[in-house]
Write a protein that binds this ligand. Structure first.
Ligand SMILES: Nc1ncnc2c1ncn2[C@@H]1O[C@H](COP(=O)(O)OP(=O)(O)OP(=O)(O)O)[C@@H](O)[C@H]1O
Length: 219
C-alpha cells in the first residue's frame, strides 16, 4: 500500500521573526507535490525541517501516522539540498553505487547522462550536468520520500524537458516534494501545488490563484 508523509503545524522563528507559522501538507507515494514561494519565504527551511537537519520551534512529521523524528534515519526520506553537496574528487560511478537503490540500478545506469559521465569525477562536470546527476542519484535512492530543492536551477530548457519524465517515472513508487523558482517546470511536473506565503501553506486549486496570492504578477 502507498505510504503517506504528513507534515503539520510546523513553526519556525529566527531571532523572534516568524518564518513558518502554520504549515500543512501531505504527500502520498505516487504523487509529486510542487512547493512554490517567493525568495526567503521558508521553502528550504521547511524541507530541512522535514528531513530532520533543521530544528523547528514545533514540527509534526509522520509516515503512515508514525511520528518521524529524523527523516534521514533508515532511508525514509532523501533530500537534495539547494547547493551542490557531493565531494569533488570522487567518480560518478563510485558515488552512484553507494547512493542508488540496487532495485533501481538498471533504470539509473541506462540514463544517457549517467553513461556519458560515469567515469568522470565531480569536479570535471559542468554545473548543469552535476545538478542533473545529483538529483537523479537522489530520486533513485532507497528512500520512500524525496525532497528536491531547486533541481531545475542551472539546467537548460531542453534538458529540463528530458528530466521531467524521469521525475514522473520515479514518482510511480515514491512521494516527491519539489521546489524551484522555475515555476512552469514545477507546474508541469506536479500533481498538486502548494504556495508558501506569510508562513502559511496555501493549497493551489487553480493556477490563477498564484496571481491572486501575489506569487505571479499576471502581466
Ligand atoms: N540560519 C539562519 N539564521 C537566521 N535566519 C535564517 C537562517 N536560515 C534562513 N534564515 C532566514 O529564514 C528565511 C527563510 O529562508 P529559506 O532559505 O528557508 O527561504 P527560501 O524560501 O528557501 O528562499 P530562496 O527561494 O531565496 O532560496 C529567510 O529570511 C532567511 O534569511
Amino acid at each position: 500500500m502507498n505510504k503517506t508523509l504528513k507534515v503539520d503545524s510546523v513553526q519556525l522563528e529566527f531571532d523572534g521573526r516568524k518564518i513558518l507559522q502554520s504549515v500543512y501538507l501531505n504527500c502520498t507515494q505516487g504523487e509529486v507535490i510542487g512547493l512554490l514561494g517567493r525568495n526567503g519565504c521558508g521553502k528550504s527551511s521547511l524541507l530541512k525541517i522535514i528531513f530532520g537537519t533543521r530544528q523547528a520551534n514545533y514540527r509534526y512529521v509522520s509516515i503512515d501516522e508514525q511520528f518521524i523524528h529524523k527523516g534521514y534515519h533508515n532511508n525514509r526520506i532523501a533530500y537534495l539540498p539547494q547547493h551542490n553537496y557531493l565531494p569533488g574528487g570522487i567518480k560518478i560511478e563510485q558515488l552512484a553505487r553507494v547512493l542508488v537503490d540496487p532495485i533501481s540500478w538498471q533504470e539509473f545506469a541506462e540514463l544517457a547522462i549517467y553513461q556519458r559521465n560515469a567515469n568522470k569525477k565531480i569536479h570535471e562536470l559542468s554545473g548543469g550536468e552535476l545538478r542533473q546527476l545529483e538529483t537523479l542519484m537522489i530520486i533513485h535512492s532507497r528512500a520512500d520520500f524525496i525532497l528536491l530543492d531547486e533541481p531545475f536551477t542551472h539546467i537548460s530548457p531542453i534538458q529540463a524537458d528530458e528530466f521531467k519524465p524521469v521525475i514522473r517515472a520515479c514518482a510511480k513508487r515514491k512521494g516527491i516534494i519539489v521546489t524551484d523558482h522555475q515555476y512552469y517546470n514545477i507546474l508541469a511536473v506536479s500533481d498538486k501545488v502548494i504556495l508558501l506565503a506569510d508562513g502559511v501553506t496555501k493549497h493551489i486549486a487553480d493556477n490563477d490563484e498564484l496571481i491572486t496570492y501575489g506569487y505571479l504578477s499576471g502581466k
